[in-house]
Design a binder for this molecule. Structure first.
Ligand SMILES: [Zn+2]
Ligand SMILES: [Zn+2]
Length: 330
């Protein structure tokens, strides 16, 4: 099926919203439920935790976050820059602390998300509402169009990276260890924290918070915010999501120019983006190179838009949002 057919099939409100019992992904539903139970216990434990453990849990938010943003997102999913193997290895370790599935699986789903955004083939299709885009998509079996898109696309570059292959080989056990046990071991070894306090605070609680912060990119940043670069698309410029996710909330720009390593138009002084700072720091010592930007493409588009404006061509109508479609039905 070609892309246009997928688009036609996916007029918001037309697709099925039913949660059929046979469609539930029970192991994932139970796992995510347990993650939230453990995180709740982490809140209780945080009152017994030392100042160092609380600081450690806090610091692990951006650092595990970089494993997602700088690592599996901007490097492995989008190839927006190149990195020395030592940087890739570090990013793989940080990615494992974030424990969001192997780099291979995450990058595969993400490439499908970009190619088929807001269609049935999008793993976290935001036209199905906030909850589905945020975490509901994990609780149901993949839409057949998502599976099909994943089979049709090429991921040979991921398979060829030994760092990606190494992590995938030991998934999920290595990631579970890095996410829950390793933070506790550090806390025990360096400032004498109780193991289970380290486990539930720097492990479970921090993990659950970073999960939601990442999920906001798929939910909030696909539904709320401005659309200065592509008025037709759902992805939006969302400063709150950028704050949560180390600079991934400049999502309208990102979907327009996914090859841009900064994932934002401006630099870090005007758009919060610690992930860009991380990449630039490694570039300054020569361990990262080939950083791509989207400005040339954006400027080319600007010339065309100015021409259209002068000729009186009307701006395209923005894509309807789910609540607008629902309102029309009433
Ligand atoms: Zn997106
Ligand atoms: Zn992306």
């Amino acid at each position: 099926m070609d892309l246009s057919m997928r688009m036609v099939k996916n007029i918001p409100g037309v697709i099925s919203h039913h949660w059929k019992e046979g469609n539930i992904n029970w192991p994932m539903l139970i796992y995510i439920a347990l993650v939230h139970v453990a995180a709740s216990y982490g809140v209780v434990k945080s009152f017994q935790a030392s100042y160092e453990t609380l600081l450690w849990a806090f610091v692990l938010w951006p650092f595990s976050g970089f494993g997602i943003t700088v690592g599996v997102h901007r490097l492995w999913s989008h190839r927006s820059y190149e990195a020395h193997w030592s940087v890739r290895f570090l990013l793989m370790l940080l990615n494992s602390i974030a424990n969001q599935g192997s780099i291979y699986h995450w990058a595969r789903d993400h490439r499908v998300h970009h190619k088929f955004s807001e269609t049935d083939a999008d793993p976290h299709n935001a036209t199905r509402g906030f909850f589905f885009a945020h975490m509901g998509w994990l609780f149901v079996k993949k839409h057949p169009e998502v599976v099909k898109a994943g089979r049709e696309m090429d991921f040979s570059d991921l398979k060829a990276d030994p760092v990606v292959a190494l992590q995938h080989k030991f998934d999920p056990w290595f990631a579970l260890y890095m996410c829950y046990v390793f933070p506790a071991q550090i806390a025990v070894r360096f400032w004498g924290e109780d193991f289970w306090t380290g486990f539930f605070v720097a492990g479970a609680l921090r993990y659950c918070v970073v999960l939601h912060f990442t999920w906001f990119v798929n939910s909030a940043a696909h539904l709320y915010g401005d659309h200065p670069y592509d008025v037709m698309s759902y992805p939006a410029e969302n400063p709150f999501v950028s704050w949560c996710s180390c600079g991934e909330g400049w999502h309208n720009w990102h979907h327009k120019y996914p090859f841009d390593y900064a994932a934002s138009e401006y630099g870090i002084s005007s758009q919060f983006n610690p992930s860009k700072l991380f990449i630039d720091t490694f570039a300054s010592v020569g361990l990262v190179w080939g950083r791509k930007r989207g400005h040339a493409a954006w400027q080319m588009g600007r010339a065309r838009r100015d021409r259209d404006k002068a000729a009186g061509v009307p701006l395209p109508k923005p894509a309807p949002r789910p609540w607008e479609v629902d309102a029309k039905k009433d």
